[in-house]
Write a protein that binds this ligand. Structure first.
Ligand code: PLP
Length: 394
C-alpha cells in the first residue's frame, strides 16, 4: 500500500495542473451526496447528450418504452449483476423515492413475512434510526442494540437482542453522517432474511450477495445522479407486500414490469449504467475496495498520529472507509479552527468537507469517483494545517 502511495506521489501533478488541464477547472469534491461522478462518465454523457447512439434524440428526450431505452435498462442491470456477482435467484429493480422511500417499502413488503409482524433493527446512526421509526408504522420494531444517543460504532455482539421470530433483520452498512461502517454482515446465526441499506458504501468492497435477502441503495453517492434507488432482492421475498402498499413501492409490481411500471428516472438510470461500465473498466469492485482502504487510511493515519489535534470519535473497528469524520482541536472540536480549516480548504478548491449539521466537525467523503490524488492533496493540507495551528493544542 505504501508503494502505491509513492507511485501516486510521483504521478501526482501540481494543483494548478489538476485545476487547469486534467480536471477542466473542476473542484476537488468531497461531498457526501449528491457527490462527485467520474470525469470520464460525465464526458461520455456529454458526448451523447444531444444525440444518443444515432437516434437523433438524447436519453432525456427518449420514450421509456423505446427499444433503445429498454437496452439501456437491461445493459445497466446485467453490468451490475456482473460487477457484484449477483446470483440468478435475485432481481435488480430501479425504483424512486430515494433511500427514505425504501425505509417504508422494506417494511411494507417484508414485515408480514412472519405472523408476529416484527422486524429486528440495528440502529447505528441517523439513517438506520429513521428507517426504524418509519418501520414502526407497519409493524413492531425490535431494537437489537442498547439505546445510545451517541453513535460511535457497533456494540459487541454479546449485547445484541435478536428476535428469532423476526420477519427480517435490518442494518445500514455505512452511516453516512456519523461515519460508522459494518465491515462485515452482522452474524445472526439464523436464516431470517437480512436487509441492508448500502446507500453510501455499495460497490466500494466485494460482498457476497447470497447472504442477503435485500440490498438497496440510492444512486447519488457511488453510482450516479440522485433520482433512482436500486434494489437487489431475493426472488422468494417478492410478492409478500401488505395489501395497502402503493403499487410504486411494491417490489412485485416493479419486478414484473422490469422497472418500467411507470415512467422511471430515465437519465439517472442511463448515468448509473455508464458508471457501471466505468467501474468494470477500472478493475471492478475489488479495485475500488483497495482504493477505498488506501484513501481512508491516508486520512486516519494523520488523525491517529496528530496527538488529538484531529479527533475521530468512531471506534477504530467501525470507522467508515467512505465518510471519514473528525473534529479539530480535541474531542469536542474547536469551531473557530474548524471554520478556518474549511475556509482554507475551499481556497485550495477542496469543497464539501463540512460535517453534517447535526454533529458538526469535518467529514471527507471518499466515494469511488474521488481519486487517490485528491485524497493526497487533502492529506497534505491536513498535515500543513496542523503544523501551523496545532502547536499549542498538541
Ligand atoms: C445511508 C443512507 N441511507 C438513506 C439515505 C436517505 O436517502 P434519500 O435522501 O435518497 O432519501 C441517505 C442519505 O444520504 C443515506 O446516506
Amino acid at each position: 500500500m505504501r508503494e502505491e502511495v509513492f507511485h501516486y506521489r510521483l504521478a501526482n501533478p501540481t494543483h494548478r495542473e489538476i485545476m487547469s488541464h486534467t480536471n477542466h477547472g473542476r473542484k476537488l469534491n468531497f461531498a457526501p451526496g449528491p457527490s462527485a461522478l467520474p470525469l470520464e462518465v460525465l464526458q461520455k454523457a456529454q458526448s451523447e447528450m444531444l444525440n444518443y447512439n444515432g437516434t437523433g434524440v438524447g436519453v432525456m428526450e427518449m420514450s421509456h418504452r423505446s427499444a433503445e431505452f429498454g437496452e439501456i435498462v437491461n445493459r445497466a442491470i446485467s453490468n451490475l449483476i456482473d460487477l457484484m456477482s449477483i446470483p440468478p435467484n435475485y432481481k435488480v429493480l430501479f425504483m424512486q423515492g430515494g433511500g427514505t422511500g425504501q425505509f417504508a417499502a422494506v417494511a411494507m413488503n417484508l414485515m408480514r413475512l412472519k405472523p408476529g409482524h416484527t422486524a429486528d433493527y440495528f440502529v447505528t446512526g441517523t439513517w438506520s434510526q429513521k428507517a426504524a421509526k418509519e418501520a414502526e408504522k407497519y409493524g413492531k420494531v425490535n431494537y437489537v442494540l442498547p439505546h445510545s444517543k451517541r453513535f460511535q460504532g457497533v456494540p459487541h455482539s454479546n449485547t445484541w437482542n435478536l428476535d428469532d421470530q423476526a420477519s427480517y433483520i435490518y442494518f445500514c452498512s455505512n452511516e453516512t453522517i456519523h461515519g460508522v461502517e459494518f465491515h462485515d454482515i452482522p452474524r445472526t446465526n439464523s436464516d431470517i432474511p437480512i436487509v441492508a441499506d448500502m446507500s453510501s458504501n455499495i460497490l466500494t468492497r466485494e460482498i457476497d450477495v447470497s447472504k442477503y435477502g435485500l440490498i438497496y441503495f440510492g444512486a447519488q453517492k457511488n453510482v450516479g445522479p440522485a433520482g433512482v434507488t436500486i434494489v437487489i432482492i431475493r426472488e422468494d421475498l417478492i410478492g409478500r407486500a401488505m395489501p395497502s402498499t402503493p403499487a410504486v413501492l411494491d417490489y412485485k409490481t416493479i419486478a414484473s414490469n422490469n422497472s418500467l411500471f411507470n415512467t422511471p428516472p430515465c437519465y439517472s438510470i442511463y448515468m448509473c449504467g455508464l458508471v457501471f461500465e466505468w467501474l468494470a473498466s477500472h478493475g471492478g469492485v475489488a479495485a475500488m475496495g483497495e482504493k477505498s482502504d488506501l484513501k481512508s487510511s491516508l486520512l486516519y493515519e494523520i488523525v491517529d498520529s496528530s496527538r488529538d489535534f484531529y479527533h475521530c470519535t468512531i471506534d477504530k473497528a467501525h470507522r467508515s472507509r467512505v465518510n471519514v469524520t473528525f473534529r479539530i482541536g480535541g474531542a469536542n472540536g474547536d469551531e473557530a479552527l474548524e471554520k478556518k480549516f474549511l475556509e482554507e480548504a475551499a481556497n485550495l478548491h477542496m469543497i464539501q468537507l463540512k460535517g453534517h449539521r447535526s454533529i458538526g466537525g469535518i467529514r471527507a467523503s471518499l466515494y469511488n469517483a474521488v481519486p487517490v490524488e485528491h485524497t493526497l492533496k487533502l492529506a497534505d493540507f491536513m498535515r500543513d494545517f496542523q503544523r501551523r495551528f496545532g502547536a499549542t493544542e498538541c
